[in-house]
Write a protein that binds this ligand. Structure first.
Ligand code: AMP
Length: 279
């Protein structure tokens, strides 16, 4: 049975009891509308922890666009059924007032790694992420936390946050789960029209071709330019960014001498797709 908990006081009591009996607690933070990508994190959490908490909180602080927040898909009943089937111990689903009570006034800024890419195009987004993730770590007291590589920059921001604030949690990154046609799973994909859904896989396909070209010696700038042209020709756009970056710092990378990551954000209709791959 998955127990649904809505307050941090109740959650703290539950976790304290687990910890008294020496259990290792894992947490999977999400915004709900769960899919197989989320469930892969749950499966990893179950492997690496004695008890698993999944959090569902659509965090207003990390939405820079009010209509994206309003249209964000929500279906807690369906999510709970998936979590039951996946063997999750606790679903922590607090309301906005529980997370941000009257008088709340703290914001966490992780500089550097949070500034380019998503940080540049979604002002305030990573302050919202860092603040809520720090709070979720405080509320869950988890020893391990599982995040998807799908949100590569977020994963780097969370790692920096945990190191800088000495938060006693081990952050585990898990690979991106994709549909059969290559599109990275995302809660927002349900908002794609059938026509847009059909052309969406052109994004990861162009990225994979560019990565292969780079590995084969094509200059980085040239491979990226070809990918941008292919993405536009497939009917996606506008492209916010498609770039090669150092995998950890996210500083610009112009060659493959250090671990590199290709990251993209592209509009398709009124849905913003993000994706990234190792190069
Ligand atoms: P979200 O509900 O979109 O905030 O995502 C919650 C967690 O699931 C984050 O750590 C995401 O990176 C991760 N996630 C989302 N989509 C995928 C995916 N396709 N594969 C792996 N992890 C994912």
């Amino acid at each position: 049975m998955t127990q649904v908990i809505r307050t941090s006081a109740e959650l703290r009591a539950r976790v304290a009891a687990w910890k008294r009996s020496g259990m290792l607690v894992g947490v999977v933070p999400t915004m709900g509308a769960l899919h197989d990508g989320h469930l892969s994190l749950v499966a990893e959490a179950r492997k690496q922890s004695d008890r698993v908490i999944v959090t569902i909180f659509v965090n207003p602080m990390q939405f820079n666009n009010p209509s994206d927040l309003e249209k964000y898909p929500r279906d807690e009943g369906h999510d709970l059924a998936l979590l039951e089937a996946a063997g999750v111990d606790v679903l922590f689903a607090p309301g906005v007032d529980e997370v941000y009570p009257e008088g709340f006034s703290t914001k966490i800024t992780v500089s550097g790694v949070s500034e380019p890419l998503e940080g540049a195009f979604r002002p305030g987004h990573f302050e919202g992420v860092a603040t809520v993730v720090a709070k979720l770590f405080g509320m869950t007291q988890a020893g391990r936390a599982f995040f998807g590589e799908k949100d590569w920059q977020q994963l780097q921001v969370v790692r920096r946050l945990v190191t800088d604030l000495n938060i006693p949690v081990r952050v585990i990154g898990c690979p991106t789960i994709r549909e059969a046609d290559g599109l990275a799973m995302s809660s927002r994909n349900v908002r794609l029209s059938p026509e847009d859904r059909a052309i969406a896989p052109a994004l990861p396909a162009a990225m994979e071709r560019a990565a292969a070209a780079m590995r084969a010696g094509t200059p980085v700038a040239e491979a990226l330019e070809t990918a941008r042209a292919e993405i536009a020709a497939a009917g996606l756009g506008p492209i916010e960014y498609l770039d090669l970056r150092h995998a950890e710092s996210l500083a610009p990378a112009s060659d493959l001498n250090a671990p590199a990551r290709m990251l993209a954000a592209v509009w398709l209709g009124d849905v913003r797709l993000i994706d990234n791959i190792a190069v």
